[in-house]
Design a protein around this ligand. Structure first.
Ligand SMILES: N[C@](CCCC[B-](O)(O)O)(CCN1CCC(O)CC1)C(=O)O
Ligand SMILES: [Mn+2]
Ligand SMILES: [Mn+2]
Ligand SMILES: [Mn+2]
Length: 305
């Protein structure tokens, strides 16, 4: 299979400047070279260019709804086209609100996809439960059919409707879940593994249970949405919402190696690298390098030969 890389320099799902420069930071850390060492063709499609809409007043307390919605509509068709052309697709963020478009576009081609969300956060707030209003903390809520009656009609999102089922989603790495999110996770019976679960079970068992939950009945395409803040802040300091006690390097790479070994990875998002938030150039490089390692191991780079 061939691989395409698509930059999504997007920041309006949150309020901190700089995350739109994430794609460049990841490329500057050698992503394309590293992927070219693996055994399939790699195309870098460059970056999407997103319009900033002048008139985009908050809706309820949600900032930039129209800009975020428009960007995700564009990304959705780009991802749908790439998957439709037979490519394994890597989307570089940008903030995590872009997963709305990435997963929606993927689901247009692969309606039976399953979603693995690696993140310190659940990103499943609704506009009503969100403490910040920021759409990067609400991405999953826009996707789930079970939340349809809890979601207001946000301007900018009329192009899509909920398309995913809670049973086809697994979280790994949670350690900062808002009260409203916790209620939703419990109500919907979503399968999730917090950092405490990882300490108890170990990452090998977590991945076994994840694949049993998602793939035992039927093998289907995997969408991996990887928020770099899932990793411990010592490994990914340059990110907008760091939370202590994250994945070790080896846990992160175990996750991605196991996902590669299924042979089912179809689309991957790597989001929330913010070069403006590193305390030093080295901190930015550590973060971007971690992102490259996560992507490369998802695509088959191994630690053995
Ligand atoms: N759950 C948060 C963070 C979302 C992070 C989005 B990402 O894509 O990076 O996963 C709010 C988190 N909360 C804010 C107040 C703090 O005191 C505790 C954490 C939200 O704003 O919804
Ligand atoms: Mn091609
Ligand atoms: Mn996060
Ligand atoms: Mn996230």
């Amino acid at each position: 299979r061939s691989v395409v890389v698509l930059g999504a320099p997007f920041s309006k799902g949150q309020k901190r400047r700089g995350v739109e420069r994430g794609p460049k930071a990841i490329r500057d850390a050698g992503l394309i070279e590293r992927l070219s060492n693996l055994d399939y063709p790699v195309h870098d499609l460059g970056d999407l260019s997103f319009q900033h809409l002048e008139k985009d007043d908050p809706y309820m307390h949600v900032p930039f709804p129209r800009t975020v919605g428009r960007a995700n509509k564009l990304l959705s068709s780009a991802v749908s086209n790439a998957v439709g052309a037979g490519h394994t697709t890597i989307v570089l963020g940008g903030d995590h609100s872009l997963a709305i478009g990435s997963v929606e576009g993927h689901a247009q081609q692969c309606p039976d996809l399953c979603l693995i969300w690696v993140d310190a956060h659940a990103d499943i707030n609704t506009p009503l439960t969100s403490p910040s209003g920021n759409l990067h903390g609400q991405s999953v809520a826009f996707m789930l059919k079970e939340l349809q009656n809890k979601m207001p009609e946000l301007p900018g999102f009329s192009w899509m409707k909920p398309f995913h089922s809670a049973k086809d989603l697994v979280y790994i790495g949670l350690r900062d879940v808002d009260p409203g999110e916790y209620d939703i996770l419990k109500d919907l019976g979503v399968q999730y593994f917090t950092m405490r679960d990882i300490d108890r079970l170990g990452i090998q068992r977590v991945m076994e249970v994840t694949f049993d939950h998602l793939l035992s009945r039927k093998q289907r395409p995997i969408h991996l949405s990887f928020d770099i803040d899932a990793m411990d802040p010592s490994l990914a300091p340059a990110t907008g919402t760091p939370v202590n006690g994250g994945l070790t390097y080896r846990e992160g790479i175990w996750i991605t190696e196991e996902i590669h070994n299924t042979g089912l990875l179809s689309v991957m998002d790597l989001v929330e690298v913010n070069p403006a938030l590193g305390a030093s150039r080295e901190a930015v490089e550590i973060t971007a390098s971690m992102a490259v390692d996560v992507i490369a191991s998802s695509l088959g780079q191994t630690r053995e030969g």
